[in-house]
Design a protein around this ligand. Structure first.
Ligand SMILES: CC(C)(COP(=O)(O)OP(=O)(O)OC[C@H]1O[C@@H](n2cnc3c(N)ncnc32)[C@H](O)[C@@H]1OP(=O)(O)O)[C@@H](O)C(=O)NCCC(=O)NCCSC(=O)CCC(=O)c1ccccc1C(=O)O
Length: 265
């Protein structure tokens, strides 16, 4: 597969670096981006010369800001239940039998924050900002985005993150256990390289067994996600959801309540 939306590099030896290369869109993903990410994770995941996978975003502004709002009018523009095979990608990041590090170089927002959350480890620049925006833009990730996040930061904090849609600094994310380490922006690559070097010294089989055993405990969330995506697809076809995307593109505050009927409320 020829990549248009991502970069795939092996650097240094043993480390596959996968970069979402859509800096002009704050590294938001469209259908094609997610398909390319799936291909890249499959390649790195089953290449025995690779011991660690690093996921990051191009440029200095964003790690990933979730679904591309310009490719989103109701359903997204690709394949899968919601027009984005995002649930396949999320499962794959968990299924590859090696550690995946999120190198969070800027905004990790919406589906971007979900990707960082699912990665085994997260190393953030002190300039990074993290958070969910679904209920502000007519979306939600009702699976790993909610239930798995709660496993990491606790129920109260996860509900706050989703309901209020605030942005959190890297330091705040560290305090709530959402990231493993925060370093000055210019030291991000050196720190990621250090973690990769240490991981490459560990037994690959022991790491993969540890990963699978952590995953087994939260595997039921895959089922929640599958049901959630089916519900999300129905929600995307409503005026209430569309209002979020339209308002984002028009750079105005959404008025969701206009679309809530007496019967629904
Ligand atoms: C990232 C922001 C917080 C940055 O804010 P700010 O610094 O004020 O800059 P802006 O002027 O807002 O943005 C700069 C520039 O980038 C463009 N942009 C940013 N994000 C996106 C995007 N996602 N898609 C397309 N373009 C984007 C923005 O339009 C500006 O471009 P100009 O040309 O200069 O106008 C802020 O931008 C922000 O909050 N972005 C919202 C991102 C968003 O809505 N993401 C989708 C979220 S939906 C969701 O998170 C829940 C669902 C979910 O996780 C999920 C589950 C299952 C499938 C898909 C998803 C999914 O993620 O959609």
């Amino acid at each position: 597969m020829t990549y248009e939306d991502i970069l795939y590099e092996v650097r240094p030896a043993g480390v596959a670096r996968i970069t979402i290369n859509r800096a002009d869109k704050y590294n938001a993903f469209r259908g094609q981006t997610v398909d390319e990410l799936i291909h890249a994770f499959q390649t790195a995941g089953w290449d025995r010369s690779i011991g660690v996978i690093v996921l990051t975003g191009a440029g200095d502004k964003a790690f990933c800001t979730g679904g591309d709002q310009s490719a989103h009018d109701g359903q997204y523009d690709g394949r899968g239940t919601i027009g984005l095979p995002i649930d396949e990608l999320q499962s794959l990041i968990r299924d590859v039998p090696k550690p995946v590090i999120a190198r969070v170089n800027g905004f990790a927002i919406g589906g971007g924050n979900v990707l960082a959350t699912i990665c085994d480890l997260t190393i953030a620049s002190d300039k990074a900002q993290l958070g969910q925006v679904g209920p502000k833009v007519g979306s939600v990730d009702p699976g790993f985005g909610t239930a798995y996040l709660a496993r990491i930061v606790g129920e109260k904090k996860a509900r706050e993150i989703w309901y209020l849609c605030k942005r959190y600094t890297a330091a705040e994310a560290l305090a709530m256990g959402l990231v493993n380490a925060v370093v000055p922006h210019e030291e991000l690559d050196a720190e990621v390289d250090r973690w990769c070097a240490e991981l490459l010294e560990r037994s690959p089989t022991a790491l993969s067994l540890a990963k699978r055993s952590f995953n087994a405990d939260t595997e039921s969330i895959r089922g929640i996600s599958s049901m959630g995506m089916a519900a999300l697809s129905l929600y995307y076809d409503t005026d209430e959801s569309r209002e979020g995307g339209v308002a984002f593109r028009e750079k105005r505050k959404p008025d969701f309540r206009r679309h809530v009927t007496a019967k629904k409320a």
